[in-house]
Design a binder for this molecule. Structure first.
Ligand code: HEC
Ligand code: HEC
Length: 462
């Protein structure tokens, strides 16, 4: 108590000596000060834990480069069958995701989000499409749910393109942009596919491991359009179109993502910058739980609310699966080749999370509450999971309710998860309020980012 009083007074600018004399007479005033100061204490506590407000992106990239990246992001010319762009699965109308459990890639019908229907004999993309926010933040090192693209402290990039990642990538975000185009189910298509004009899909012919050939063919396509040729030469200050390769494409897309999606005006950011009233009392209680008793910040730490490590939470499995163990998705272990990493996925950022339902690596939960509750009661949530509620019949049928799978997941459950206590409904609701406050309402007005037309002249998803 004494310490608290002292802190309140000192903060208010009184000298400690003078306050001792004034203290008795002023106790009601200083106590009021203390009630307010509990906000200050919350701020100090989380700052001590390495949390800071996010910042809007500095003007690292030229406007011309960001604009080029925007056009490429929404241009279906980058996909084998010319039927899908990055923006199809990362759409401003769906908080830069697609609002569905698993994404529909190549061969899907027109439309975005839940409207987009699966093509004949195609498979779902095995994972949930993340929002792409605050990728400008220097804290980012790991991309994808299984961390298959990573930048080490030394600056060295690790990726699935062993030995052939081209030089000159500007960030881990740019490095990530090299890969959606190489994935058959996301953007590239299957051998023998025809594009939307009935022409052969030359990009699907390349061997899966021949990244250089895939990137080369897409670059040739992009550079066949005069508008792109001019824009690339201007942005990169080059004279010869042959100097442009896929790293230039990826750097421009990365510049767009970093610059235009750096939303830093959430109530939580405003609170961190000193605006006490930015958060409701409920959200403040939620924040205290999150950074205290509920243990959330053990994993959802730092400014991005992720330590970018991997844990097995025994999230119900469904979908086509990924890697050698299909229809299961073993997550991180398919990358690290360590069986101890089975069912582990990267801790997701919780920034803007209230806008990006459904949740988890496969969209298993449609509400924030269930996603939170799963942490406190993983076994009962897994065993009680109702596969018939998954959004689509194909996915419902793929739900893995086998006992041995449940057992495998539960027996290797991340022991770090035991920091999360049993949470009451009221606590879940406070945590939810806090997470809602970590989102910037500007998420809802990103549709201006969708270009009217793109240089290839292909249709743009709205
Ligand atoms: C078919 C839908 C689809 C398309 C098209 C697509 N993505 Fe994604 N994107 C996803 C899914 C699903 C994931 C998660 C995959 C995983 O982690 O295994 C993802 C992950 C990402 C991530 C990682 C985010 C994080 O938090 O780790 C970034 C960045 C990204 N995509 C950008 C792009 C860009 C740039 C393009 C175009 C070149 C693109 N995506 C095309 C569905 C798509
Ligand atoms: C042991 C580490 C760990 C702890 C502790 C933890 N989480 Fe998580 N959290 C994860 C991982 C890993 C995932 C993704 C799991 C998956 O998809 O398989 C996740 C997913 C989430 C999601 C879904 C986000 C999305 O975009 O899909 C929310 C919401 C969430 N956590 C909130 C919380 C809250 C609230 C707490 C505290 C009660 C908490 N977490 C504690 C590791 C943790």
């Amino acid at each position: 108590m004494e310490q608290m009083m002292r802190k309140c007074m000192v903060k208010k600018g009184y000298s400690v000596g003078a306050t001792l004399l004034l203290m008795w007479g002023m106790s009601s005033v200083s106590l009021m000060g203390c009630v307010k100061d509990t906000d200050e204490e919350l701020r100090e506590e989380v700052q001590r834990l390495g949390v800071r407000a996010l910042e809007p992106a500095p003007d690292t990239h030229s406007d011309a480069k960001v604009e080029l990246g925007r056009l490429l992001f929404f241009d279906k010319e980058l996909s084998g069958n010319r039927d899908i762009s990055c923006g199809t699965c990362h759409h401003p109308r769906f908080a830069m995701g697609d609002g569905r459990a698993l994404s529909v890639g190549v061969g899907g019908s027109d439309g975005v989000g839940p409207e987009r229907k699966m093509g004949v004999e195609r498979e779902y993309v095995p994972r949930n499409s993340p929002g792409l926010f605050n990728l400008n933040d220097s804290a980012w090192r790991v991309q994808f749910w299984d961390g298959r693209v990573e930048q080490y402290q030394s600056g060295e990039l690790k990726s699935p393109a062993v030995g052939s990642l081209l030089d000159g990538l500007e960030s881990v975000v740019a490095a990530q942009a090299m890969f959606p185009v190489t994935s058959r189910d996301e953007m590239r298509g299957e051998r023998g596919d025809l594009d939307i004009h009935g022409e052969p899909n030359e990009i699907a012919d390349a061997f899966d491991s021949d990244h250089l050939s895939i990137w080369g063919k897409i670059t040739t396509r992009v550079m066949s359009h005069e508008e792109y040729r001019e824009r690339f030469l201007e942005v990169y200050d080059e004279e010869d179109p042959n100097t442009i390769n896929f790293t230039h494409i990826a750097n421009a897309i990365g510049a767009f993502e970093e610059q235009k999606l750096a939303l830093a005006n959430s109530p939580w950011d405003r609170f961190l910058k000193g605006e006490d009233d930015a958060l409701s009392e409920d959200a403040k209680r939620g924040a205290r739980l999150f950074y205290g008793e509920a243990g959330c910040s053990t994993c959802h730490s730092g400014p991005l609310m992720t330590n970018q490590r991997y844990y097995n939470l025994a999230v119900p499995q469904f979908g086509p699966g990924k890697g050698a163990n299909k229809p299961l998705d073993l997550g991180r272990s398919s990358i690290s080749m360590d069986p101890a990493d089975s069912y582990k996925f990267r801790v997701p950022s919780l920034r803007h999370v209230s806008y990006t339902a459904p949740y988890m690596h496969n969209g298993a939960y449609s509400t924030l509450r269930d996603a939170i509750r799963h942490h406190a009661y993983p076994a009962s949530m897994l065993l009680a999971y109702d596969g018939s509620l998954i959004e689509d019949v194909v996915l419902q049928k793929s739900f893995q309710s086998r006992e041995d799978v449940n057992e495998q997941m539960l027996s290797s459950l991340g022991k770090e998860l035991s920091v999360v206590p049993q949470l009451s409904d009221a606590q879940v609701s406070e945590l939810e309020s806090f997470l809602v406050s970590c989102g910037d309402p500007a998420v809802e007005s990103l549709e201006v980012l969708v270009p009217e037309v793109v240089p290839s002249g292909l249709s743009v998803d709205r």
